[in-house]
Write a protein that binds this ligand. Structure first.
Ligand code: G1P
Length: 287
């Protein structure tokens, strides 16, 4: 069955990025020349997704406006004869169809995904975390979808991380099936260093069956009342094969200040308009 829908949880408060995110959504922070969330939406579109379901919350209206038509701006650009930017703005609002649902309480990633249950319905769907952007030849979600189609099972994108970093991620217990594909036997959310079953971290792209919703409903909340998606994935793993797909490309975690800066520099260096000039500028800095 074709995966047509992608759920993007964007209700998080962005506390790792305060004070920048006090009054603006973290997803709208500009990475070189467009907001972080636009990279993820473009990846979805390039991977064949037809509908994006954003799970938003209070203070996130700028995201809805960004992907909507902006008649005043379009009119102004038309009058000024700036047809290039006019085309670019129209492309943004025509990328895919959008649907917005609200998560009224911050009860964790699992709970956020559950808010999309009615809109997703009874079909497999993608989940894309807005903090993670992937600079790759083949769009990351496309890579995960390819494995999903070959194995006809749920698939989660994974990346190799340093042993010192495992406590920041969900970590899988893998069995290698072929180059870059692993059968997942268990998952642990944010294990301590030394207690992780591998160094393969869940990295923000999932293809999941509709049964995920009942698994989330059954998952026990943690100490802060949060429902983890990883706990629901454990149920899926117990009920049938689930695979990990090692994503080819450069992954950037833009949800923390250092990761965001690194992504900014690397993407700016690749920018066709000013990448060369920026490279010369960096070389000239006395570090
Ligand atoms: C979430 C997931 C975690 C995953 C990570 C990837 O954690 O719970 O399994 O490894 O995203 O970025 P968060 O970063 O929201 O704490």
């Amino acid at each position: 069955m074709k995966v047509r829908k992608a759920v993007l949880p964007v209700a998080g408060l962005g506390t790792r990025f305060l004070p920048a995110t006090k009054a603006s959504p973290k997803e709208m922070l500009p990475l070189v020349d467009k907001p972080v969330i636009q990279y993820v939406v473009e990846e979805a579109k390039l991977s064949g997704i037809e509908q994006i379901i954003m799970v938003t919350g209070r203070g996130k209206r700028a995201i809805e406006d960004h992907f909507d038509a902006s008649y005043e701006l379009e009119d102004l650009l038309k009058k000024k004869g700036n047809h290039k930017m006019l085309r670019e703005l129209k492309t943004i609002s025509n990328l895919v169809s959008f649907c917005f649902v609200r998560q009224s309480e911050a009860l964790g990633l699992g709970h956020a995904i559950l808010c999309a249950k009615e809109v997703v319905g009874n079909e497999p769907f993608a989940v894309m975390l807005g903090d993670v952007i992937v600079d790759s030849e083949v769009p990351a979600l496309r890579q995960v979808l390819d494995v999903h189609h070959r194995f006809n099972a749920p698939v989660i994108a994974v990346e190799e991380v340093e042993p010192s970093e495992v406590s920041r991620y969900g970590i899988i217990k893998p069995e290698k099936v072929e180059d870059g594909v692993y059968r997942i036997h268990d998952l642990v959310e944010k294990p301590k260093q030394g207690e992780a079953p591998s160094n393969l971290a869940i990295s923000g792209r999932y293809i999941l069956p509709p049964e995920t919703f009942s698994a989330i409903e059954q998952a026990a909340p943690g100490n802060l009342g949060e429902i983890q998606l990883t706990d629901a994935l454990k149920t899926l793993v117990q009920n049938g094969p689930v695979y990990g797909c090692l994503v080819e490309g450069k992954l950037h975690d833009t949800g923390n200040k250092l990761g965001f800066l690194q992504a900014t520099v690397e993407l700016a260096l690749k920018n066709p308009e000013f990448g060369e000039e920026f490279r010369d500028y960096l070389k000239g800095l006395r570090l």
